[in-house]
Ligand binder design. Structure first.
Ligand code: ADP
Ligand code: ADP
Length: 223
């Protein structure tokens, strides 16, 4: 369960980027986070990752009070989450395998386990035959799928994505978002920031809509 309780965020010298936000996403559910540029979507995701601190209020994630989490506990907390960015942030000087393996290597997983889990993750995103390619030799959609494999290789409880289809055309966006929905159907809690209205309508998932740091009528639609 992800729960924002009266969460306010301001950056130094700036007024509220998020204002007294209340939001609940039960474990295993998937929702979309929408709103115009500057509404606070990235900030909300950064709070969840503890890349930014909550200014006021409480943020609970699967029993962890993220708003007061001690610095030394942040790395272990972050390993429970997978994250996908718009620009995928792949290391371009390393092959697909190395990019996906990295998360497991920092967690101290042994080499044999890494081999099989990286393979399994790449197969899940349909890139089992690209394991030794360099990212630059892949299409934009394939690069984003490597980003997704990297985010799910450590089987996170929660999957977050910030405009994962922002650089992709319609059919690729469908493919990527369906992949997220598939992880959700296998039990992962998923929150995806997007301003792709066509996909929002197509997916029919619950929507949290932000405007100027405030949540508007969040429409509960059944999947
Ligand atoms: P969105 O993801 O919806 O486009 P953001 O969360 O990126 O919105 O930004 C919300 C507001 O906070 C914007 O006005 C943005 O300029 C501001 N902002 C984001 N990050 C910072 C930061 N590190 N310092 C100051 N202002 C920031
Ligand atoms: P992201 O890749 O998460 O979308 P952005 O491109 O929004 O990041 O921002 C890049 C960096 O600049 C981040 O550290 C963000 O917090 C910061 N930032 C974004 N908007 C502002 C702003 N208006 N003032 C200061 N820093 C900002």
């Amino acid at each position: 369960m992800i729960e924002f309780i009266n969460v306010t965020k301001h950056y130094p010298g700036r007024h509220h980027v998020l204002r007294e936000l209340n939001l609940k996403l039960p474990t295993g559910q998937m929702a979309l986070l929408t709103g115009p540029s500057g509404a606070g979507k990235s900030t909300l995701l950064k709070l969840l990752l503890r890349l930014e601190d909550v200014s006021h209020g409480t943020l609970m994630v699967n029993g962890v009070d993220v708003s007061t989490l001690k610095k030394r506990h942040i790395p272990a907390y972050r390993r429970r989450i997978g994250v996908v960015f718009q620009d995928h942030k792949l290391l371009m000087d390393r092959d697909v395998f190395s990019n996906v393996a990295l998360t497991l290597q920092v967690s101290g997983v042994n080499a044999k386990q890494i081999q099989s889990r990286v393979r399994a993750a790449l197969e899940k995103v349909g890139l089992g035959n690209r394991i030794h390619n360099m990212p630059a030799t892949l299409s934009g959609g394939e690069q984003q799928r490597v980003g997704i494999a990297r985010a799910i290789v450590h089987t996170p409880e929660i999957l977050l994505a910030d405009e994962p289809t922002g650089n992709l055309d319609g059919s690729l966006s469908t493919e990527i978002l369906d992949m997220f929905r598939d992880f959700h159907q296998h039990g992962t809690t998923v929150l995806v920031a997007t301003h792709d209205q066509a996909q929002v309508e197509r997916l029919g998932l619950p929507v949290f809509h932000l405007e100027q740091g405030m949540l508007q009528n969040s429409q509960e639609k059944s999947a």
